[in-house]
Design a protein around this ligand. Structure first.
Ligand SMILES: Nc1nc2c(ncn2[C@@H]2O[C@H](COP(=O)(O)OP(=O)(O)OP(=O)(O)O)[C@@H](O)[C@H]2O)c(=O)[nH]1
Ligand SMILES: [Mg+2]
Ligand SMILES: [Zn+2]
Length: 323
């Protein structure tokens, strides 16, 4: 971060190289070339990509062109972000007219869902899924910390959540990042691709990555810090190469996810279980609220679409209309 202040001594222009951003921390980004060379880089100029106003011009996963440092100890300079095949966005926390790019160019996303410690809000989960659907990013739902579930109420809740998302078409796996026997399953999901892992702070993202590759030894929340309120153990996004294969992007927990970049008529297309039924609605412009002959409402009534899914749809519709 000290580099940010070094404006008086801009690095001299060196030859151009290309690489992938593996870490993004304020003004500084770590870039790795295909040959495995690693450079700390700063960004020169303002990037406005695809009309987005984002708080971070460069995100983990970005392919960038950069000028090599002319001297050792100087940063490289990112001059161009190559077109992104996709990206995951959330609304910026303090500047709501801007977005924050969580990650770019990912092959898959993992939603780490917890029923307790912390309880994941279903509305949050559905936003995550909608954002991923909008860019055709496949999502795997891992329900973590199932070792904490006890008693019939907990088990019923687990069955309910599992059911809701499986009916929606998502792969759902109950796991515990504390159980060595769950390692193989997670490795199989992560192999041969770049994955992003998202979830609330404390859901166990870094713990799960450590289960897959203990040599990474990522910082996780201390057991004694039971509540961990308002604190993120992971403080910046970083892509890690996993010993068993694949790459994963760990990042600070997400509290809320603003949806952005599409409008009301798109939303039902981002619910796979709705998308499959849209042609059965009586009206082609059905919004699935008060219209007669709505196949979506019929499916909700029949229990084929989860009630929490439909509720989150209605809330997002309202939010999109208020823009
Ligand atoms: N009982 C139980 N505890 C878990 C499990 N997975 C993670 N934990 C614990 O949950 C706490 C939070 O885990 P982290 O891996 O730091 O959570 P995180 O999602 O990376 O959190 P942030 O970095 O703040 O976003 C730690 O104390 C972990 O040991 C699990 O499957 N079962
Ligand atoms: Mg973490
Ligand atoms: Zn309808």
């Amino acid at each position: 971060m000290a580099r940010k202040k070094k404006k008086s001594a801009p690095p001299a222009d060196g030859p151009l190289s290309q690489g992938r951003v593996t870490r993004s921390l304020g003004a500084s980004s770590r870039v790795e070339t295909e040959q495995g060379e690693v450079y700390e880089c700063i960004v020169r100029g303002r990037f406005r990509i695809e009309g987005l106003r984002s708080t971070n011009p460069v995100a983990v996963g970005d392919e960038v062109r950069f000028m090599l440092p002319s001297q050792e100890g100087e940063p490289g300079v990112i001059t161009e972000v190559l077109p992104r095949k996709n990206y995951l966005l959330r609304q910026a926390i303090s500047q709501t007219h801007k977005v924050h790019i969580l990650a770019a160019n990912v092959d898959a996303a993992i939603l780490l869902y917890t029923l307790k410690e912390p309880a994941t809000a279903p509305g949050f989960a559905d936003r995550f899924l909608v954002v991923a659907e909008a860019y055709h990013i496949p999502v795997y739902i891992l329900i973590n910390k199932v070792d904490l579930l006890e008693g019939p109420d907990d088990q019923a809740q687990l069955a309910e959540i599992t059911n809701t998302y499986r009916k929606a078409g998502y792969p759902v796996h109950p796991i515990s990042a504390h159980r060595a026997e769950d390692r193989a399953l997670v490795i199989a999901l992560l192999q041969d691709k770049i994955s992003f892992i998202g979830g609330h702070s404390g859901a166990g993202k870094s713990t799960l990555i450590n289960l897959v590759d203990p040599s990474l030894d990522l910082k996780t929340r201390e057991i004694s810090d039971a509540s961990g309120k308002g604190r993120h153990t992971t403080t910046y996004a970083e892509m890690h190469a996993l010993a068993p294969g694949g790459y994963i992007i760990d990042s600070p927990g997400i509290k809320e996810l603003g949806i952005t970049g599409f409008d009301t008529s798109d939303l039902s297309h981002y619910y796979p279980e709705m998308r499959d039924r849209l042609h059965d609605c009586r009206f082609s412009n059905c919004t699935h609220r008060a219209e007669p002959g709505c196949a979506i409402k019929a499916a909700v009534a029949a229990g084929e679409i989860g009630g929490t899914r439909y509720a989150s749809y209605l809330r997002m519709m309202e939010e999109l209309e208020q823009r």
